[in-house]
Design a protein around this ligand. Structure first.
Ligand SMILES: [Zn+2]
Ligand SMILES: [Zn+2]
Length: 337
């Protein structure tokens, strides 16, 4: 990646480190349940307005939502990030949405800085999405076409006990299936499951089906699973690895975490990624250990590192037409299955 772009991202996020830490702790100290996040959404909306974003509050009929937007008026692609800020009943911020909130803010101000310095054209928006836990904040934005109107790609990260490119969204692998025999032909195939573990099981079932079909028709079959993951997802992994993060295998990662997210809905509407990033924690998401971990300095540092990588991924999508084209192709393939 262009080193000037990378430097602006790193510098902008580090210049806002203390302010972001303070936003995160304020949200953590005052947990609010889904659709009741009045203080958290106002805190973030005020902050973003102060930073020069055009902020719409109460978007898509949700009093605790917002959309913050910025463009330099130059032609280009449009990226969206998401901030969540709802807590869980009884256990407060046990899903770490206080740090998701600031990861979205960090990414949005980093891309805004690139736009202001005319290092790229296009726009950035940050969606404040209420009620991830059991609600339908992102779904309401989608019904209102808010993502579709404003963004070519959507990105967000989620804290977890493990780094994983698949994240809490759906796991997808694609394969090239070739039949050799009387009438040989090839097909492209996509397997989709909620978790990596389920996907591994699904894949072995599918392989057996294809083999049975080959036997039944007197053909031979060659199944090649293709390298997995959206293109932008792969950039994110690369940027994280450049910062010294080591990813376990997807199978290992899904043993450790298998949370789900309403961001999956967004991934059906436009190309998007939601990697999970590791914070140091004794227990998984939705436990008191995770609630305590989500307010540590350690988790804050991990959050800003993942946010830097996500902002670099977004900048790559904005700058590199080929990366965007590949992401779009992959999205269309996924949708047609
Ligand atoms: Zn959760
Ligand atoms: Zn969550």
């Amino acid at each position: 990646m262009n080193s000037e772009v990378a430097n602006v991202i790193t510098k902008t996020i580090s210049n806002h480190d203390e302010e972001l830490r303070s936003l995160s702790l304020k949200i953590h100290n005052n947990p609010e349940l889904g659709y009741e996040e009045y203080k958290a959404s106002a805190l973030l909306a005020d902050y973003l307005e102060d930073k020069g974003f055009a902020v719409t509050r109460g978007a898509a009929g949700m009093p605790t939502s917002f959309i913050a937007e910025f463009t330099n008026g130059k032609p280009g692609r449009r990226v969206a990030f998401c901030s969540e800020y709802d807590a869980l009943p009884g256990v407060g911020h046990a899903c770490g949405h206080n740090i998701i909130a600031i990861s979205g803010v960090a990414c949005a101000i980093a891309i805004k800085a690139l736009l202001e310095q005319n290092l790229l054209g296009g726009s950035v928006s940050l969606f404040g999405t209420p009620a991830e836990e059991g609600g339908n904040g992102k779904g309401r934005f989608l019904q209102n076409n808010d993502f579709q109107k404003r963004a070519d790609v959507a990105l967000m990260i989620h804290p977890a006990p493990v780094d994983s490119i698949v994240g809490p969204a759906l796991a997808i692998d694609s394969a090239e299936i070739e039949f050799f025999g009387r009438s040989s032909h090839a097909a492209h195939f996509l397997a989709r499951a909620v978790t990596r573990t389920q996907l591994v099981e699904l894949k072995s079932k599918l392989e057996k089906c294809f083999e049975a079909a080959a036997v039944a028709t007197g053909c031979q079959v060659k199944i090649s699973w293709l390298p997995q993951g959206p293109t932008e997802g792969l950039c994110y992994k690369q940027y994280m690895e450049e910062e010294g993060v080591m990813f376990p295998s997807p199978e290992k990662a899904s043993e450790i975490t298998s949370s789900s997210s309403d961001f999956g809905k967004v991934s059906y509407a436009l190309p998007s990624i939601q990697p999970a990033y590791k914070i140091q924690t004794e227990g998984p998401n939705h436990t008191i250990s995770f609630e305590q971990a989500a307010r540590t300095k350690n988790a804050h540092v991990a959050t800003l590192r993942a946010a830097r990588s996500l902002a670099k991924t977004a900048a790559t999508v904005l700058l590199d037409s080929n990366v965007y084209k590949e992401a779009l192709e992959e999205f269309k393939r996924g949708k047609s299955q």
